[in-house]
Design a protein around this ligand. Structure first.
Ligand SMILES: Nc1nc2c(ncn2[C@@H]2O[C@H](COP(=O)(O)OP(=O)(O)OP(=O)(O)O)[C@@H](O)[C@H]2O)c(=O)[nH]1
Length: 338
């Protein structure tokens, strides 16, 4: 687009100099220079949205001036139809809508200014043709951009979701952690991470099959999700390992919350054929600042504490030297017959 506007700016400037339309020629040359400058840093700027607007507004303004000037050819009005296509493609749905509305309306006004003295049915027909065809292109661009937006959002959502449990996956955990850490540091609030791993899960699979194992994972995920606040993030790291990201929770509060979850899961029997299973987990907690500043540091610490909990008998939560709910019966999922 920048290459096209740079070359077109020079070509039209030459044409307009030959036709003695100097004002337009100068504006086109300045604009071609501006587009050529943008070429140098458009790939690296962090403010692409702002520069796109700065690129489009003068582009459309020059187009409108060309529409109004009596020396320019009538065919210049065909350019109006490019307004919605370019606007929607470069600015998205909202920016594209307003940019199109403003500059298509100005184009219709320019037509009236130029041909107002020649009021005739032919002019009315020409104006209706230009106006409605531009409107049709604008609608098409709007619908196209809306469905592209929806698809993109769905894909992003899918890419960050674990398909078995519906919880977030590692990718979303990493993204969410960045924004939660920024928020925590800005507002001087705690942020804690819990890594939890279901106990003796292999036995569930071996004894009842993979399907029952899957449904245990789903039940555990639903239980975590149900207990957490909207601002928290529950994530499946893989296998039977989960992570909870808890903004606003100190190490102690996160350990208390995890212990509540541990008790709730242990008290919630899961059906497995004619049996019911008692499922437990072991968890380790780490907190931003005291246990590290990056996600990998927090994961490492929480993971180490989770293995400490496993090593100390399972079905418990470990947080910086503190051990919650030491269980004597956490070595295997208990079975109870119905
Ligand atoms: N059903 C099911 N099983 C899975 C899935 N992912 C991993 N597993 C199983 O989870 C089990 C994990 O076993 P281990 O790593 O030995 O852990 P564990 O039996 O829970 O033992 P501890 O962690 O020491 O308490 C393996 O049998 C894996 O096959 C899954 O998506 N669905």
């Amino acid at each position: 687009m920048l290459w096209i506007t740079t070359i077109a700016g020079v070509v039209f400037a030459i044409i307009n100099i030959q036709r003695d339309v100097y004002l337009l020629a100068v504006l086109e040359l300045i604009y071609a220079g501006f587009a050529a400058c943008l070429l140098r840093f458009v790939n690296t700027t962090p403010h692409l949205g702002a520069w796109t607007t700065a690129f489009l507004v003068p582009f459309f303004c020059i187009m409108e001036i060309a529409l109004v000037l009596p020396q320019s050819s009538f065919t210049v009005f065909t350019w109006i139809q490019t307004i919605p296509i370019i606007s929607y493609l470069l600015l998205g749905k909202r920016g594209g809508f307003w940019m199109s509305l403003i500059f298509i309306s100005l184009g219709v006004v320019a037509f009236n200014v130029r041909y107002v003295t020649e009021a005739s049915l032919l002019n009315l027909v020409v104006m209706a043709n230009i106006g409605f065809s531009s409107l049709a292109v604008m609608m098409f661009s709007h619908i196209y951009e809306s469905s592209r937006d929806d698809n993109e959002r769905r894909l992003i959502e899918l890419a960050g979701t674990d398909s078995l449990t519906g919880l977030a996956n590692r990718m979303r955990l990493a993204e969410t952690f960045k924004s939660m850490r920024n928020q925590a540091e800005r507002n001087d609030l705690p942020l804690s991470l819990v890594v939890l791993d279901l106990d003796n899960f292999k036995q569930v699979n071996d004894r009842y099959g993979h399907e029952v194992g899957d449904s245990v994972l789903q039940r555990a995920a639903a239980l975590f999700q149900d207990r957490l606040r909207d601002s928290d993030l529950a994530c499946r790291l893989g296998g039977e390992e989960f992570a909870l990201l808890l903004p606003g929770a100190s190490l102690e509060q996160a350990a208390d919350l995890s212990d509540g979850l541990r008790q709730r899961l242990a008290d919630t029997p899961v059906a497995a054929g004619h049996d019911t299973l008692r499922v437990t987990f072991s968890a380790g907690v780490a907190s931003l600042g005291e246990d590290g500043d990056s996600l990998s540091e927090l994961l490492k610490t929480a993971d180490r504490r989770m293995y400490e909990a496993k090593g100390s008998g399972r079905n418990q939560v470990v947080a910086a030297g503190q051990r919650y709910a030491l269980s004597a019966a956490g070595t295997a999922p208990e079975e109870r017959s119905e």
